[in-house]
Design a protein around this ligand. Structure first.
Ligand SMILES: Cc1cc2nc3c(=O)[nH]c(=O)nc-3n(C[C@H](O)[C@H](O)[C@H](O)COP(=O)(O)O)c2cc1C
Ligand code: FES
Length: 513
């Protein structure tokens, strides 16, 4: 008898399909549903197992998922962390050392480190690659060997780690579930779910506190919850843990210390907008955080299994932009969507979606328990709230500094960072990572907050990533990277407007045109 499915299969079988590769891919995927949105997760399964993505495996994956080969290739090649090996090409060396070559690490000698490493390792055994900001700017230069993150990296330390084979993820101590529960954790969630605290009251609390989105855009949190709730239909929520803005590391610090606080905030927000499920998008540059989140999700028992789904980014800065992140969660290339419609109305899988940054969610428990005034009163007059400033560069004490919204740069340096590093004079600063513009020390008295005087100067706080420069630094001596669009090798000035973020090729942060 004529077998329709066999006929279809032989037609659909891609060019040069390799039966061994197909069997290997099937074996790896096991009983997992061949869902389109899991494409990136499946690419990771293959890459983690075989050390790269061969053309044969990509073809086999396309076949297994009933996708075109082009589609699978386009997704895999979009993300920096996938190593595609074409026919006839050699596989990458078994061990990779990534050295951050973003701004704070460059100030701390990353270029020399890359040179030293490249000159001393056997390229057949160890691959040395440049990488964008790893969120360890306070302990620059930062590197990663295998899955091991390394602070104050030197070629000696990295080579020693390679020799000893100590290249697995190192997970720092953090507040686990038991300790979190013992300190009253998840009580607030219980009360909210039991209706002891009304949803409208929580939304009002967020608005009265002046909590703004801390991922960069600063949109008022309570207002966003109200918008999402106003759209009919099943809703979803996403957590943005991409933290790609060079100079930013606050989300990593919070998740490495107290992950359940962010979960509790997320579950309260999800309850407020009646979200059916939460997707937690975490950047691949944070292996320790990924390990913590996996463990925390498994042990939590706070929600039904699968209510929070963890998704691993794959090294694409643009996926921090929320609509690009949703595309990535859907298993596609992280290309930003046109707006409107905004994701609050048409978001993940076409559903109304509430998206929040890790830190925004981190504050929710404290704000509800301690009251909105507790939060708002910590800001400077006219700038409600407290902020987590990721400070790196030429100051004595780098790190996350909890200081008022509206703080000025000179105050941050003197009162929170112990002054400038020995022998360095304050010359210039980035108020909001590489995207937020660069300001001279003469503008060190501008209140740092969303909008206001800073915006008039064409700069912004964004994710509150401060990089401090001294007389030892010069834009002219910065690496001569060229923007592929403008072919310029000059840093953008505070007043520069060139191309939208989504098209910026070297993360200089040209602001939307
Ligand atoms: C190019 C670009 C990169 C961004 N990167 C991040 C990021 O890494 N993390 C983040 O939370 N938000 C990032 N954002 C902001 C998000 O689009 C979004 O506003 C934010 O996740 C919303 O959460 P919030 O309201 O809690 O801040 C980025 C925006 C742009 C335009
Ligand atoms: S870790 Fe290197 S600049 Fe952030």
């Amino acid at each position: 008898m004529f077998n329709r499915s066999n006929r279809f299969r032989s037609r659909a079988k891609g060019v040069g399909l390799d039966d061994v590769a197909l069997a290997e891919v099937r074996d790896l995927l096991g009983a997992r549903a061949r869902r389109r949105d899991l494409l990136i997760e499946f690419l990771y399964l293959i890459q983690d197992n075989y050390g790269c993505l061969t053309a044969a495996h990509l073809r086999a994956l396309a076949e297994e998922m009933r996708l075109s080969q082009t589609e699978v290739y386009e997704v895999a090649s979009f993300y920096d962390h996938f190593d595609i090996v074409k026919e006839g090409e050699a596989k990458p060396a078994p061990l990779t050392i990534r050295v951050c070559d973003s701004i704070s690490c460059m100030l701390a000698g990353a270029e020399d480190l890359i040179g030293e490493l490249s000159a001393s390792v056997d390229p057949q055994a160890i691959r040395v690659v440049r990488a964008p900001c790893m969120g360890r700017c306070a302990t620059a230069p930062a590197a990663r060997i295998g899955d091991r993150e390394v602070d104050h990296a030197s070629s000696q330390t990295l080579i020693e780690l390679a020799r000893s084979g100590d290249t697995n993820v190192f997970v720092p101590d953090y507040v686990g579930l038991e300790a979190y529960l013992a300190a009253g954790g998840y009580q607030l969630l219980r009360k909210v779910k039991a209706g002891e605290i009304a949803i409208d009251a929580i939304i009002d609390t967020m608005q009265n506190a002046g909590l703004r989105g801390l991922g960069g855009a600063g949109f008022p949190a309570g207002k966003k919850w109200g918008f999402v709730r106003s759209y009919p239909g099943l809703r979803l929520m996403s957590i943005n843990g991409d933290e790609g803005e060079p100079g930013t590391f606050k989300d990593r610090i919070y998740l490495e210390k107290d992950p359940h606080r962010t979960f509790e905030g997320a579950l309260i927000a999800a309850h407020a907008v009646e979200a059916e499920r939460i997707y937690f998008y975490m950047r691949d540059e944070y292996p320790a955080v990924l390990a913590i989140l996996r463990a925390a999700l498994e042990t939590a028992g706070i929600v039904k299994p699968g209510f929070i789904e963890l998704r691993r980014g794959a090294g694409a800065y643009i996926c921090g932009e929320e609509s690009a992140m949703l595309e990535s969660i859907e298993g596609k290339r992280g290309l930003p969507r046109h707006r409107p419609p905004y994701i609050a109305e048409v978001g993940l899988f076409g559903r109304p979606t509430l998206n929040h940054n890790v830190e925004t969610l981190w504050w929710i428990r404290d704000i509800v328990e301690k009251g909105p005034e507790w939060f708002s009163a910590q800001g400077k007059p006219g700038h409600p709230g407290i902020r987590s400033w990721s400070v790196s560069g030429r100051v004595k004490n780098t790190g996350v500094k909890l200081a008022s919204a509206g703080v000025i740069m000179r105050e941050l340096i003197e009162d929170y960072c112990g002054g400038m590093s020995e022998g360095h004079e304050f010359k210039a600063y980035l108020p909001g990572g590489a995207s937020g513009g660069i300001l001279p020390a003469s503008m060190g008295d501008i209140p740092l907050d969303f909008g206001g005087e800073l915006a008039k100067q064409g700069a912004f706080v964004g994710s509150h990533a401060i990089v401090v420069f001294s007389q030892a630094d010069s834009a002219a001596s910065a690496p001569a990277a060229k923007c592929k669009l403008t072919t310029s090798s000059a840093w953008p000035s505070a007043a520069t407007t060139r191309f939208p973020f989504s098209t910026c090729t070297i993360r200089w942060g040209c602001r939307p045109a």
